[in-house]
Ligand binder design. Structure first.
Ligand SMILES: [Zn+2]
Length: 180
């Protein structure tokens, strides 16, 4: 499965980012969004940013978390409607970039100029490319008990149901226990 390599990479980053920024349940336990420097560090790791991220930037990014999560809801109409709103809000527009010795590739920065809006424009565009294509059902929410983390299914046959092997194993163990 390969939408295109840049899109794949950005979608993977936003899977991690949405899971960091949205509260709920994670692998059988409650998940609360961390705060302060811990949250900034997790956001930086998700987006592979080396520098420190300002708290205001993290807060601006977090404001889009619920909307970005809608892309994974499995409700295709809702996902497309909400992601369109995010594209409008961040003023996403295509821009070919050949920075840092990389081959030319397409970026989708916003034009509002803020760090968060640039990232969200980029992420929303990558999600829009998936949602607008034949593999739109590859974005999902973990089906394990007490887990609502999101994932992208890049498997060949597209049958992924869990956010992680941890949840897959938990579910298998529970099914086995139910049988004996
Ligand atoms: Zn899970």
């Amino acid at each position: 499965m390969n939408f295109n390599s840049h899109t794949d990479a950005v979608v993977a980053m936003f899977v991690t980012l949405v899971n960091v920024l949205t509260p709920g349940e994670r692998r059988g336990r409650p998940y609360a969004v961390p705060s302060g420097p811990e949250l900034a560090a997790e956001v930086a790791a998700a987006l592979r940013e080396r520098g420190e991220i300002a708290e205001a930037d993290v807060a601006e990014l977090a404001g889009y978390a619920a909307d970005l999560r809608a892309a994974f809801s499995g409700d295709h109409d809702l996902a497309c409607t909400v992601i369109n709103q995010v594209l409008d809000a961040t003023d996403a527009r295509p821009h070919l970039s050949g920075h840092d010795g990389e081959p030319w590739h397409l970026h989708f920065h916003g034009t509002t100029g803020t760090w968060a809006a640039n990232w969200v424009a980029s992420g929303a565009t990558a999600l829009a490319i998936v949602l607008g294509g034949e593999f739109h059902d590859r974005l999902g929410v973990c089906t394990a008990d007490r887990c609502d983390r999101v994932f992208v299914d890049v498997s060949r046959n597209g049958t992924r149901r869990f956010c992680s092997t941890a949840c897959q194993n938990r579910t298998k163990t529970a099914a086995f226990r139910a049988r004996v």
